[in-house]
Design a protein around this ligand. Structure first.
Ligand code: SF4
Ligand code: SF4
Ligand code: FES
Length: 236
């Protein structure tokens, strides 16, 4: 079946964005948007829909198995992983845009450094022994599935790069830290969680259904809030 890829492009960080259209044809409808992008980029003589020469499309990928989060982009208006979206589930024209909450490097590639900065800001590391008890394993495992893709930040009305609110992408790994810290060491982590996430979160849960990893956001937040805000022990 034939598809048109409508791509929002930008040659560099400073340049003006423009749309460029590409024809893509395949007999295999189980192919993903990532596959289509790879095949287009592999073409020795890439041309746009009007037959004009085009430079290769810049985008990121690594695992192609929904495990790394690198290929996150806005597909038909929704932040998703390109390796998770089958052509069979797309319309004839597929609109691809970079994530909007991060600086664009070029085309569909964005600079997500702010996510690592936010993890550093909330001091997401253990300074002493972790208390990995059987009871915290489920929560720890669920939180560890976060890909740091940034899709949840894309739909969050309260997150912007450089702001003090660190968003769900940091609250999820932070929930693991809160669950694993011994009670005696939770005070500072609880303060950071409350100040950098809880107080700024509108609790609308717009981010709940967007997570491509399918993380149980509600459950982890309930547990973190119990530990950090309500000073209860949480699920463990
Ligand atoms: S619940 Fe709303 S404000 Fe809080 S992180 Fe999710 S989208 Fe953002
Ligand atoms: S919580 Fe989900 S959407 Fe947000 S960064 Fe992690 S994997 Fe991506
Ligand atoms: S390439 Fe790793 S999640 Fe898509």
């Amino acid at each position: 079946m034939e598809r048109i890829l409508d791509i929002l492009r930008r040659d560099s960080r400073e340049s003006t964005p423009y749309r460029q259209f590409f024809h893509y044809e395949t007999a295999d409808e189980t192919e993903t948007v990532a596959t289509a992008l790879m095949k287009l980029c592999d073409a020795s003589d890439l041309r746009d829909l009007s037959g004009e020469p085009a430079r290769p499309i810049l985008w990121e990928c690594s695992c192609l198995q929904k495990k790394c989060g690198a290929c996150a982009m806005v597909i038909d208006g929704i932040p998703r992983l390109a390796c998770d979206v089958k052509l069979a589930d797309c319309k004839e024209t597929i609109r691809l845009e970079p994530l909007r909450k991060f600086p664009v490097v070029a085309d569909l590639t964005v600079d997500r450094t702010v996510m690592q900065d936010n993890l550093r800001a909330i001091r997401l590391w253990l300074t002493d022994q972790a208390a990995m008890r059987d009871k915290v394993m489920d929560a720890a495992y669920e939180a560890s599935r976060c890909l740091q893709c940034g899709c949840c930040l894309e739909v969050c009305p309260n997150f912007y790069a450089g702001g003090s609110f660190t968003g769900m992408a940091s609250a999820i790994p932070f929930s693991r830290l809160l669950a694993e810290l011994p009670v005696s060491q939770r005070k500072e982590a609880a303060k950071l969680y409350t100040g950098r996430f809880y107080n700024g979160c509108g609790k609308s849960l717009a981010c709940r259904n967007i997570c491509p990893a399918g993380i149980d956001v509600d459950d982890l937040l309930v547990n973190s809030n119990a530990i950090a805000v309500w000073k209860r022990f949480g699920k463990p």
